[in-house]
Design a protein around this ligand. Structure first.
Ligand code: FAD
Length: 435
């Protein structure tokens, strides 16, 4: 979508592209289309996805085809490749027509219906596809990235290990150089889509021997495909929420990787780029939270008007009014955060602490609103049919995955201190991890 099509983008103020503070046409018509699709095609299959009877991937492809995403992605890809060899593409740069408003509408609408589905889709095209497009060589982008972005193949992104979660760069998966190859050994855990993935982006430390074992500059992403000898996955893990999204472990047992499967070569370490990935994940989370909050608020309001006790609708009771009003306050605040994130992106502003703050606040708000929706609906709120119990369980993951709420707070403090010229160190020898 071109800038000039945006209602408030008629002129530029002080060199900055103005940003909407609410969705407007044409985003609203996209929102209506997505909502209609999600209601018709995703919601009816949600219980089956939650129970593991069906996988989300065919529905992802159906969604992509319904909105012409594969064609858009391919056209955008060829144009970019003809220009600068792809540069540092991300899926957002062409997958959604390059419009961050559309990406936000997409994340919100999917999450109103099924946040687990959004998680799986985001891990595949955003984390896996986005990393390949941001870092890969033109050949790697075409061979591994493009089929993930068109959703022909399913991707996963593996950083977390059994002994390194928040302290992500303390990972132990090692890549030992051997002639034209690396030999990879290690394991990953909690990896979204791993049990069914076709394409794996796996982070490993290149073993240069000696004292460099904790050196973050030696951590790199490798791209590999299902069926690679020595690469195996676990069954899907049983989880509290996000049950539509399969999660699993990845095992690397003497996996022999040709050197050209190190994404983008050894010149650029993963540190800079994975910070982009974490940042992208954080930017995407508020839109997911907004979808959860919006749906809980709407359902709660309807319920409070319809349900009677003591011959009065629940909405007549001030304690229930308080719940609805507080849900709305969170809705407004999270919506504003979504637009602030878009503004930062459109204006190419550095947004590390802002993204951490937005993720921290929005995920806490989503958990609170969804739990209050359960409370407002009483026994019905606890029953699957009423939807909000699942949204409450799903929302909790958003305070853990992509960096926990505690880590977001540490990052914010660290960034604020750094702006004053003070570097906070976690153990006196190395800066605190920003996973
Ligand atoms: C459903 C799901 C999907 C996921 N998908 C992926 C994926 O696709 N790819 C991937 O790589 N990872 C994925 N993860 C992993 C996720 O990113 C990690 O779970 C998360 O970063 C936290 O790491 P951890 O679980 O090891 O917790 P830990 O790091 O062990 O943290 C445990 C607790 O200690 C706190 N803590 C840790 N360090 C500090 C500190 N310095 N100060 C204060 N408190 C601290 C944490 O905030 C947390 O409350 C997924 C996880 C889940 C549950």
């Amino acid at each position: 979508m071109s800038e000039s099509n945006r209602p408030e983008a008629a002129g530029e103020i002080g060199g900055l592209v103005p940003t909407l503070l609410d969705f407007a046409e044409p985003h609203l018509s996209v929102e209506r289309m997505f909502r209609d699709f999600c209601k018709r095609e995703i919601e009816p299959h949600t219980n089956a996805m939650e129970d593991g009877e069906i996988l989300p991937f065919d529905l992802m492809r159906k969604l992509a085809n319904a909105f012409g995403l594969p064609e858009m992605v391919k056209a955008g890809f060829e144009t970019r490749m003809a220009g600068d060899g792809g540069g540092r593409m991300s899926e957002a740069s062409f997958g959604m027509g390059g419009d961050p408003y559309i990406s936000a509408v997409f994340g919100k609408e999917l999450s109103r219906v099924n946040p687990g589905f959004t998680l799986t889709l985001g891990a595949s095209i955003g984390l896996c596809g986005g990393t390949i497009m941001a870092r890969g060589t033109p050949e790697q982008k075409r061979k591994y990235g493009l089929p993930v972005l068109t959703m022909e193949k399913i991707g996963c992104w593996g950083m977390t290990e059994p002994d390194s979660g928040s302290d992500a760069y303390a990972l132990k998966t090692m890549a030992v150089p051997e002639g034209d190859h690396y030999i990879l050994n290690g394991s990953k855990t909690f990896i979204t889509n791993a049990p069914y993935a076709d394409v794996f982006v796996i982070y490993a430390k290149i073993d240069r021997g000696g004292s460099s074992k904790r050196d973050k500059r030696l951590i790199y992403p490798f791209v590999m495909e299902k069926g690679t000898p020595g690469l195996s996955v676990s069954q899907r893990m049983e989880k509290m929420g996000m049950r539509s999204s399969p999660t699993g472990q990845v095992f690397l047992d003497n996996v022999r990787m040709p050197k050209d499967q190190l994404l983008g070569g050894e010149e650029r370490s993963a540190r800079e780029q994975s910070k982009d990935v974490f940042s992208g994940e954080r930017e995407g989370t508020p839109a997911m939270c907004l979808g959860i909050i919006e749906r809980c608020l709407e359902d709660s309001l309807k319920y409070a008007i319809q349900r009677k006790q003591w011959d009065k609708p629940l909405i007549e009771f001030q304690l229930m009014q308080e719940k609805i009003a507080k849900m709305y306050v969170h809705y407004e605040n999270v919506k504003n955060l979504v637009f602030k994130q878009i503004w930062l992106k459109v204006n190419k502003k550095r947004a590390w602490k802002e993204a951490c703050a937005a993720k921290y606040y929005a995920s806490a708000a989503a958990v609170e609103v969804a739990m209050e929706a359960v409370q407002l609906m009483g026994g019905n709120g606890y029953i699957r049919e009423y939807h909000v119990e699942r949204l409450a369980r799903d929302a909790k993951l958003l305070q853990i995955g992509g960096g926990t709420s505690e880590i977001q707070l540490l990052n914010i403090a660290k960034d604020l201190a750094r702006e004053q010229g003070y570097e906070i160190m976690i153990d006196g020898s190395r800066p605190h991890q920003e996973s």
